[in-house]
Write a protein that binds this ligand. Sequence first.
Ligand SMILES: [Zn+2]
Length: 247
Amino acid sequence: MASLKCTKCGASVEFDTGDKFVKCSYCSSQIFIDRSGAGFYYALPFAMNENDVVGVFRRWAGGSTRAKDLDKLAQISSVKKQYFPVYLFKRDVNGAEQVFVEPAGSTTLPGLHSLKVPGGDLKVFDDKFDTAGAEMIKPDIEMAPYLSKLPGTAKEQALVYFPIWKIDYVFEQKAYVVVVSATSGEVFSGEFPGRSSGAYMAVAGIGFVAFLVEGLLAIGSPVVAGVLMAATIAAVFIAANYVARRM
Ligand SMILES: [Zn+2]
């Protein structure tokens, strides 16, 4: 057994050396233990409910780089409310305070390496904190390796439960996942069904070559070239329209 001082009430708290987390028996604060010392647990409240987040997803899916009609055709297979653990580091870098956020849980989900923690909304995570039915993802990454890599000197570090919505969806028999920050509504996505730009490039390329040839022709016979150019413009317009509708 070893002991540390509770960061909130100052009471002496005993823990096993293998423990990563301990609860103060006097004030019930959760304290995490690391080779670098002890710190607080915080959590951010969910600012978005399931309906909000499905709406955010549909708007994202309707974006111009997404596959045609993805907003209507994506079939949502699950929407999960989760608390994902991140480390929050406050560092003194050449006299200025900088904040760094790094994942405290191992994950393959997109975006969890670039979360932004709004400092003002942090709530102390203790027995009284309402997790609002969210699944708690356990921290399984040590803090120490991050500390040695970050610039500047340590001012403060904490573990923060970050609220996310994980949306699984299927499009054309393939499964995809996005993560939505429940504090900002920011959407994080890895691979997603994209719109093919190849067809547009082909239309533009053929149109360009036709104009080049017609331009040369215009030196000898401007009237014929003019008619052909008008026909090319119409053809490019129709082809681009077709691509936009069907592809
Ligand atoms: Zn305490």
